[in-house]
Ligand binder design. Structure first.
Ligand SMILES: Nc1nc2c(ncn2[C@@H]2O[C@H](COP(=O)(O)OP(=O)(O)OP(=O)(O)O)[C@@H](O)[C@H]2O)c(=O)[nH]1
Ligand SMILES: [Mg+2]
Length: 331
């Protein structure tokens, strides 16, 4: 069982692994171009929906959005992938965001047709737009909404799901588990008929420079950066650090360990046996030898976090301003 170990019995690292900021920086040409396209299109939208990952509600939102895109129009923050985080903490997250000035927060799972947050999004959107000053667009009967956010948070999936829910039309936009699937500002996609609501998909855009290493590592763990740019072993090491720090020990069984361990090399080597991830190499004397494929094991460990196999996790749990925030770390 994952909970049989007592976190107090171990002296785990207290500090986040050090990583060069260069590894956590990703601002390719399509992001720069996309941002400019988005700024140009802003005039013709009624509302901006910012999608972010519910595992990091207080971390990694792009400040460029706040400064240039969301200030000018009504704004809804959709915290997506709620299925991967701790359900009981959602109300506290919402309260904290509200106290920080984010008025409209909705939690969604864009892979679930029956998600309550998805159901509530359309009426909420219509309400917010109706009650807003539409400036140059007051004559328009159609509603136009821009979907923005950092890469891989589920922007395209959200549009697809709304479209198939409301109009019974199957998926229109490409989605994928790696960052950077949507590369340019797309044509408008209709997601509702009465009233006509159109959504504008956009490429995920990161901050041009990393302001905080742990924030960059959290974004990497949530796949907002491409894994190979950061390094799979580095991402796995941050994951291990986080899991140990928070007494979340499902990884112990998953990696075939006897007890929690804070050394990523040992974890990956042991994991290579449990997960059967070995590489064949030829020795200097010509003999074939099997060696642990640590990069592949790191990938498997990261994937297990991303699919929820290592537990439902709120990576920002330390940023929750509540005395009782530690009570539900283990889901
Ligand atoms: N578990 C879970 N996975 C989701 C959810 N929404 C999207 N995904 C997955 O997350 C990955 C990214 O989804 P996309 O819709 O391509 O994300 P995006 O924000 O459009 O990504 P970019 O276009 O690269 O910026 C895909 O593998 C989706 O299947 C969700 O609510 N829960
Ligand atoms: Mg996309």
């Amino acid at each position: 069982m994952a909970t049989k170990f007592d976190v107090a019995a171990y002296s785990f690292r207290k500090k986040c692994p050090y990583v060069s900021k260069d590894l956590l920086h990703w601002f390719p040409g399509h992001m720069n171009k996309g941002l400019k396209q988005m700024q140009r299109k802003l005039k013709s939208v009624d509302c901006v929906i910012e999608v972010h990952d519910a595992r990091i509600p207080f971390t990694g939102r792009n400040p460029i959005f706040t400064n240039t895109l969301t200030g000018a129009k009504p704004h809804i923050l959709v915290l997506n992938k709620k299925d991967l985080t701790i359900r009981s903490l959602l109300p506290k997250i919402k309260d904290q965001l509200t106290s920080e000035g984010v008025q409209n927060v909705i939690f969604t799972n864009s892979k679930d047709q029956h998600c309550r947050g998805l159901k509530s999004l359309r009426p909420r959107l219509v309400d917010i737009i109706k009650n807003s000053n539409r400036y140059n667009r007051s004559e328009e009967l159609d509603y136009s909404v821009m979907i923005i956010g950092v890469p891989n948070v589920g922007k395209s999936s959200l549009i697809n799901m709304l479209r198939s829910r409301n109009m019974n039309i199957k998926h229109a936009l490409p989605v994928g588990a790696v960052a950077g699937i949507t590369r340019s500002v797309m044509t408008k996609i209709r997601i509702n008929n009465d009233p006509k609501i159109f959504m504008l998909d956009t490429p995920g855009i990161l901050e041009p420079s990393v302001s905080d290493i742990e924030m960059g590592l959290k974004l990497a763990l949530c796949a907002s950066l491409q894994d190979h740019l950061v390094g799979e072993e580095i991402i796995a090491d941050y994951l291990l650090y986080w899991l140990n720090k928070h007494g979340s020990f499902k990884y112990v069984d998953f990696m075939g360990l006897e007890e929690p361990c804070d050394d990523i090399n040992k974890v990956l080597v042991t994991g290579s046996i449990k997960l059967n991830r070995v590489r064949r190499t030829r020795d200097f004397d010509g003999r074939i030898r099997e060696v642990p494929d640590v990069v592949e094991v790191a990938r498997t460990m990261i994937r297990a976090f991303r699919t929820g196999e290592l537990g439902k996790i709120l990576l920002d749990i330390d940023l929750l301003k509540r005395d009782d925030r530690q009570e539900n770390v283990l889901a």
